[in-house]
Structures are given as structure tokens and as C-alpha cells.
Design a protein around this ligand. Structure first.
Ligand SMILES: Nc1ncnc2c1ncn2[C@@H]1O[C@H](COP(=O)(O)OP(=O)(O)OP(=O)(O)O)[C@@H](O)[C@H]1O
Ligand SMILES: [Mg+2]
Length: 417
């Protein structure tokens, strides 16, 4: 048995439900994506856009890629957008994060050899960081000036710099997208040693290109799909090996299935199971540990998912929950009403409760798409329903599992409890 300190240290390295992965060793199921991103980013003038559903693993792929391609002389720069971010504020964030090398070089004008006209950067403000560490980089007034800043930041690194702009979909102002598109185009045209990796949900890729179609040629776009079953199992196997706590196949597959391919659920559930085993002084996850781990995991799920789910239930009725489970049970993200009905009947049989009439289930499905039910579901096509927030499927599966109803038996033949 590991010492407590050792256990938590290993657990935090292997099970990271709240932080992006940084290394290929821990990044499961993304070999092909990683390879094509590294390849694209090594191509002169190419940048990348990583997109996919929330929680699917975009930042992890971006971080690992950035660390793979950044030259050994520096670290990638990571910035994240929020609804108040602007193009200018993000460039200033990037400048701030690369500030040390800029500071040093601005102090030693004789050694400054950046291949750009430094006097043009911020004009009179050029010494902005020289005296006070608290002072901010000057305003960025144009895309050209932004490029000058980035060239300055890149200059100490022989092979240039890699900048990850995460949560690009949270940018609200259209002008930001077009400025980034212009910047990327200029960097590509000038073969400047700067690589951008943007991350966001699908719509934000189009927003970046809308006003600047020719930027398409400069961007490699990489769709991140839900994590394949094998990759989910590998996360659990690796942690199990490193923590020296066994886990029967049945529980392993259940965790993988509950997660529905959203890796943070795999990390969260495995973390809680192994921690429960460790605290109970056991070297193997058993039924009791599994149940305890599930309950702890349920309590730790992020608040926004929980709240949205609870709001849709309208507090007083379980009836909506069974309908929600019927949608979450299906492997497909969009489910046809016919399939939902079949899932519903099977769920009601499993839990031994009376079914509602089919019309009643249809009404509830429709209600769940309305504002007063928090738009938990959307209707992508006539007769089809899908969760608005795809990651919600994992939470619904977790709730069902805790109530003794296993959803997502798409690989039922693999499951032997
Ligand atoms: N390929 C992977 N292998 C193992 N774990 C992963 C993988 N991808 C992501 N994870 C884990 O899943 C969690 C969520 O991943 P990540 O933050 O990268 O997703 P995201 O798509 O950026 O989410 P969001 O949309 O909320 O920003 C992380 O905590 C990370 O540890
Ligand atoms: Mg992210």
C-alpha cells in the first residue's frame, strides 16, 4: 500500500478531472489528432483551430500540441477568452505573459535584435515595463502593432513561439474575430515565427473565417470527437496500475460508459473510486467502494451541470428524470423519438415503475426544450432530440447509475459485473 503522500501525488498526476492534460503520455486516444496538428504546425504559414463540444478535451489537445512543438528555448503562451475580452486585451495578455524576455531585451538596447522596428511598438511607451513591474503594456492600436508585439515576444526563441488562445467561442465582439483573422493572415504571409492554436466550440471556427475566407488556407482545423472506449479504459488502467489498486472489468466499463466519451467524468469517477478504496485500506474496488465513489463523484460534479439538470426537473417530479435518462441512454447524440420511447420502456422496466403514456412522454420531451425547463434539450431535426449541453449526458448517466439504473449499454457485451 502506498503512503498517503505518495498516493495523492500519483492520483493528482493521473486523474486530472479539472485541468487539461499536458503530455502525450496522459493524452489518450488522440495520437492521430496530435500527429496531424504537430505536422500542420510545422508547416510554414499554418496555424490550428481545435474545436468540439464542451468538455470533450480541446484544451488538453491544445496544451499537449503546444508543448510538443514549442522549441526547447521557451514555453508556449496560454491565454483564455471571456465575454469581455477584445482583440486588444488578448494581445496585451500575451505581451504580459511573454514579458520577461521583452523586459530584459528592452533594458539592453544594444542586444536587441528582433528584426522589427522597435520604435514603432507603442511609440513613446516603449519603455513601459522597464521600471515598474506593475505597469501594463501599452495600448495596442492596430493589427500591425499587435504583430510587432508578437514578433518581439518571439525574437529570443530561435524557432519562434506558440500561442494558445483558448475558449475562442466566448469572444463576443465580431471585430475581434476579424482582427485575429487579419493577424493570422499577416503572420502567414510574412512567414513570421509565431504559431497560433485557437480552441473553441464549432461555431467559433466559422466566426473566425467569416470575414476573411482566405485565412482558411492558413488554418488546420481539428475536430475533437468524444473519447473512444479504449482510450477511456486506458485512463483507468494507467491510474489503477500506478496507484496499485485493482478494479474489476465490470466497474471499469461502467465508468467508461457513464462518461459517454467526456473524459472529465472518467477522471472524476476513477479518482473517487480509487480514493474511496485507499481510504478504506483496500487494494481493489468492490461494490461498496464503487457505490461510495459514485456518490462522492455526484456531489463533486460541476455546479453548472447540476443546476441546469435540477432546474429542468422542476423540483417535484421524477417523471421528467426518466425521460431525460431515455435521451441520455442512447449512444447517438441525437435520438429519434422512436428510440427514446424504446429506451424509456426499458428504463421503466429496469426500475420497476409504471410507464407514462407515450403521448405524455412526447409532451415532456417537448417541454424540456422550452425556456421554463432550462432548454435542457434541443430539437436538431423533426422527431429528434439532443441535449443542448452534450456533456449533460454524462451527468444524467451518473444520476441514473446512482439510482441503480445503468444507461449506455452500447457495449453491453463487454460488461461483466
Ligand atoms: N485525451 C485525453 N486523455 C485523457 N484525459 C483527457 C483527455 N482529454 C481531456 N482529458 C481530461 O478531461 C478533462 C476535460 O478536458 P479539457 O479541459 O481538455 O476539455 P475542453 O474540451 O477544453 O473543455 P471545455 O470545453 O470545458 O474547455 C481534463 O481534465 C483532462 O484531464
Ligand atoms: Mg477547454
Amino acid at each position: 500500500m502506498l503512503s498517503s503522500e505518495h498516493f495523492y501525488d500519483i492520483r493528482n498526476r493521473y486523474l486530472t478531472s479539472a485541468t487539461p492534460i499536458q503530455s502525450p503520455e496522459h493524452l489518450k486516444g488522440r495520437d492521430r489528432s496530435l500527429k496531424s496538428l504537430v505536422d500542420a504546425l510545422h508547416t510554414p504559414g499554418r496555424h490550428a483551430f481545435i474545436y468540439g463540444y464542451r468538455g470533450v478535451g480541446k484544451s488538453s489537445l491544445a496544451h499537449t500540441t503546444a508543448l510538443q512543438i514549442q522549441s526547447s528555448s521557451g514555453s508556449p503562451i496560454f491565454v483564455s477568452c471571456d465575454p469581455n475580452s477584445t482583440f486588444e486585451s488578448l494581445i496585451r495578455d500575451i505581451a504580459r505573459r511573454s514579458r520577461k524576455p521583452i523586459d530584459e531585451r528592452l533594458h539592453k538596447p544594444g542586444k536587441l535584435n528582433v528584426g522589427v522596428n522597435v520604435a514603432s511598438i507603442g511609440g513613446a511607451n516603449i519603455g513601459y515595463e522597464s521600471k515598474s513591474p506593475a505597469s501594463d503594456p501599452p495600448e495596442v492600436k492596430s493589427v500591425n502593432e499587435a504583430l510587432d508585439y508578437l514578433l518581439l515576444a518571439a525574437s529570443p526563441h530561435k524557432k519562434g513561439i506558440v500561442i494558445v488562445v483558448d475558449e475562442f467561442d466566448r469572444l463576443q465582439y465580431d471585430s475581434c474575430h476579424s482582427k485575429f483573422a487579419t493577424l493570422v493572415k499577416q503572420i502567414s504571409d510574412q512567414a513570421a515565427p509565431i504559431k497560433f492554436i485557437f480552441c473553441g466550440i464549432s461555431g467559433s471556427v466559422e466566426a473566425l473565417f467569416r470575414e476573411h475566407e482566405s485565412v482558411f488556407r492558413s488554418i488546420h482545423s481539428e475536430l475533437v470527437e468524444r473519447l473512444a472506449l479504449n482510450a477511456r479504459l486506458e485512463i483507468i488502467d494507467d491510474a489503477s496500475g500506478a496507484l496499485q489498486i485493482g478494479i474489476p472489468d465490470g466497474f471499469k466499463y461502467r465508468i467508461a460508459q457513464i462518461s459517454d466519451g467526456f473524459p472529465s467524468f472518467v477522471h472524476l469517477l476513477a479518482d473517487k473510486m480509487f480514493s474511496a478504496a485507499f481510504e478504506a485500506n483496500k487494494d481493489r474496488v468492490d461494490s461498496l467502494i464503487y457505490k461510495t465513489g459514485l456518490q462522492v463523484a455526484l456531489r463533486s460534479v460541476e455546479f453548472s451541470l447540476k443546476k441546469r439538470y435540477e432546474d429542468a426537473l422542476h423540483k417535484n417530479t421524477k417523471k421528467y428524470e426518466h425521460v431525460i435518462w431515455s435521451v441520455a441512454s442512447d449512444h447517438n447524440l441525437d435520438s429519434n423519438v422512436e428510440t427514446i420511447w424504446k429506451n424509456y420502456i426499458s428504463i421503466m422496466e429496469t426500475i420497476g415503475e409504471n410507464s407514462l403514456a407515450r403521448q405524455n412522454v412526447n409532451t415532456k420531451l417537448n417541454q424540456l426544450t422550452t425556456e421554463s425547463y432550462g432548454r435542457l434539450l434541443v430539437k436538431p431535426r423533426r422527431s429528434n432530440y439532443s441535449f443542448d449541453e452534450k456533456m449533460m449526458r454524462g451527468y444524467a448517466r451518473l444520476r441514473a447509475e446512482d439510482s441503480g439504473c445503468s444507461l449506455g449499454k452500447e457495449n453491453a457485451d463487454l460488461v461483466r459485473m
